[in-house]
Design a protein around this ligand. Structure first.
Ligand SMILES: Cc1cc2nc3c(=O)[nH]c(=O)nc-3n(C[C@H](O)[C@H](O)[C@H](O)COP(=O)(O)OP(=O)(O)OC[C@H]3O[C@@H](n4cnc5c(N)ncnc54)[C@H](O)[C@@H]3O)c2cc1C
Length: 396
């Protein structure tokens, strides 16, 4: 019998944790494991709002895969997946390579959900990769330098963040810290810089406890962020945004942070999806396929009340770990475990030393929440790369 071939697409939280479990638990020759990823690094998506604003470097948010992957056990292919052919059990890369599989793990992450709003795809930035955040940071700096040469152009100093969910709020926290530094560097009066956080829902941070939401908004308002809540964006243009109220905000920087959908490659492969996400079974299998598994933002799972879990790194990590163990069990003819998420709480940063969080029934504010977030980062780094990586990366 030939050695089974496990192909893992994407080295994000879900794909990487599946890979690391297989690396740890499989014996040599039990399976051929191949990981395909666009880049030769894993990025810590939950930190990307920092390099996007320029409060930390993009390099800090990435971990080179050769630091954590044992190439004697895992074949790594640096490549971009172009398509998945589930009927043929193959995956095609942009360079034309065709990779066959016996078991497929899809962990290709997400794409921005634009809800059909005109112009967002064309004119808005989104915080989604190392390349994207480097672009946002440089663009923001460029806007300050351009303003110094065209001082009547206040649109250069106007920044729009679309969405006051998790990502939008965390990005605003960092922008609130970064703008005073940029004002100093470029000799710009802080009063001239406008940062709008625009949210269609009736509250910021929907789903969070109202006391925590108020705390977050107060902190961010003190940092100069202006909220427009319950105010949908109707259109994004090269000159800014038009709101449903008819108001137009002139801005050369619109960052869309209001939701994601699963990677479009999955839908194009013919899997049944809701907002690009595959409704997987309790073993994380795609419907109709015994050998195709989906993890992270590409997978859709529901809680006991039938509501979908939001896509989070926390769930992606747990899915990756369970799937890795299940693949080992299946190869050994043992029974797999059902996937059940264990939510450990939610933590959001609000810039340096500030945050909010909900852990069980406990609400956390300010530096306590910020410290808890650091502790959770530390745990993750330790999980993927041991003490060495944790010590190298964590910022205390
Ligand atoms: C700014 C920000 C802050 C966040 N904060 C939190 C938080 O505090 N807590 C939390 O739980 N969640 C948070 N999230 C959400 C969390 O980051 C995602 O849910 C998580 O990253 C999903 O993991 P994943 O494995 O599905 O995909 P990702 O981590 O996005 O990884 C996908 C991988 O696939 C690769 N890839 C994509 N397309 C291709 C292709 N065609 N070919 C090859 N490779 C490809 C990518 O390069 C990447 O390595 C945050 C998200 C953002 C943007």
């Amino acid at each position: 019998m030939s050695t089974p071939n496990i192909l893992i697409l994407g080295a994000g939280y879900g794909g990487l944790l599946t890979t690391l479990q297989l690396q740890k638990k499989l014996n040599y020759n039990e399976a051929e494991v191949t990981l395909v990823n666009k880049h030769d690094y894993h990025y810590i998506t939950t930190w990307l709002h920092e390099p996007a604003a320029g409060t930390s470097s993009a390099d800090h948010a990435r971990v080179y895969l050769d630091e954590i992957i044992n190439k004697d056990k895992i074949n790594f292919v640096k490549g971009t997946v172009a398509s998945i052919e589930p009927q043929e059990q193959t995956v095609t890369l942009e360079d034309g390579q065709v990779l066959p599989y016996d078991y497929l793990v899809i962990g290709l992450g997400s794409e921005p959900e634009t809800f059909g709003i005109e112009g967002l795809k064309e004119y808005a930035f989104s915080i989604r990769s190392i390349n994207a955040v480097r672009h946002i940071r440089e663009h923001i700096e460029y806007m300050f330098s351009k303003y110094k040469n065209e001082p009547d152009r206040t649109d250069y100093l106007t920044f729009v963040v679309g969405g006051a969910g998790f990502t939008g709020i965390e990005f605003c926290g960092e922008l609130g810290d970064r703008i005073p530094e940029l004002c100093k560097e470029f000799d710009v009066d802080r009063e001239l810089v406008k940062v709008y956080c625009i949210e269609a829902a009736p509250t910021a941070l929907p789903g969070f406890d109202p006391e925590l939401v108020n705390y977050a908004m107060e902190i961010l308002e003190k940092k100069g962020i202006e909220f427009k809540i319950g105010t949908p964006i109707k259109q994004c243009t090269p000159d800014g945004v038009v709101l449903a109220t008819g108001e137009e905000i002139k801005s050369k920087t619109v960052v869309w942070a209001a939701g994601v959908r699963g990677n479009s490659i999955v839908e194009k492969a013919g899997f049944e999806v809701m907002r690009g996400r595959v409704k997987v079974d309790e073993y994380l299998r795609a419907p109709g396929y015994e050998n195709v598994f989906v993890v992270g933002d590409c997978a859709l799972i529901f809680n006991e009340e039938g509501r979908p879990y939001p896509p989070t790194a926390q769930i992606a990590v747990q899915e990756g770990e369970t799937l890795g163990e299940n693949l080992v069990a299946m190869l050994r003819g043992e029974l797999p475990h059902k996937f059940v998420p264990h939510l450990q709480g939610t933590l959001a940063s609000l810039g340096k030393g500030e945050g909010i969080g909900q852990v069980g029934s406990k609400k956390l504010f300010g530096s306590t929440a910020a410290m808890m977030k650091k502790a959770s980062d530390l745990r993750y780094l330790h999980k993927i790369g041991g003490v060495g990586l944790a010590l190298k990366k964590v910022k205390l």
